[in-house]
Ligand binder design. Sequence first.
Ligand SMILES: C[S@@+](CC[C@H](N)C(=O)[O-])C[C@H]1O[C@@H](n2cnc3c(N)ncnc32)[C@H](O)[C@@H]1O
Length: 271
Amino acid sequence: MSLETFDADWLALRESADHRSRAGGMLTPLRDWWSEPGRTRVLDLGAGAGSNLRYLAPELSGPQEWTLVDHDQGLMSRARPPVPELAVSTHCQDLREGVGALVGRADLVTASALLDLVSEAWLSALADVCSEARAGALFALSYDGRVEWSGEADPADAAVLTAVNRHQRGDKGFGAALGPSAGPAADEAFRAHGYRTWLLPSPWVLESADTELVRALVDGWADVAMERLPGERARVREWADARSEDIAEGRVRLTVGHWDLLALPPDEGGP
Ligand SMILES: C[S@@+](CC[C@H](N)C(=O)[O-])C[C@H]1O[C@@H](n2cnc3c(N)ncnc32)[C@H](O)[C@@H]1O
């Protein structure tokens, strides 16, 4: 299976919704843990154009050395450090080749909008290597399968969502993807290693100010639904136009569910 590629414009379009949706409730335990002596190295898997770096680096104190990993060097070349004193390097690699050596040199392993693409086996191997390295883990914005339109339902909402969620579980290069199960599966995998975890919702709540993002999202969903339901192409096209207009005109709000997970290793000498 080939590698999944992502468009820089799409990543830029979603960045402000991603940042404002992240679960602030995990920042206090993360900062308390991070502030212990010797913790400086952050590994960002599937870093893309650096959105996670731009969100997280200003939330962490002290010196930070970031390593961004992605198979797409073009995307990573867009990642600018959000604070000048930050050390940021990039490592162009296919994550399927294994990340044990990189994780072994990290204090905190992070990713955003990645876990729903990976397989259960890949996630389990990641939890194993994080545990061996006693690294903390923070995985943001894993899609949870829930999409809600406020107000009156459109008859096509459910059919499109079913098609999208089936597509989410398809192979994105790692084998069958975890899709909507990614957040709870990661929670379980890290708990099995004795980690303390915080699994918190981080939904996108999108309104008329997000019209451009919703248009792109709905068009992407419509493409998936039309591929799976070729007999329903006209109905799905109408649905996409109507739903985009609903948002643009301020008639409805769209909520797209995600999970953020913080997993911190058991204390040294503890259980
Ligand atoms: C949805 S994007 C998220 C990017 C970024 N973390 C963000 O929040 O904007 C997923 C990222 O994972 C990367 N990716 C997907 N499969 C990969 C693989 N097998 N090896 C390396 N990177 C991969 C893509 O290139 C893309 O940058």
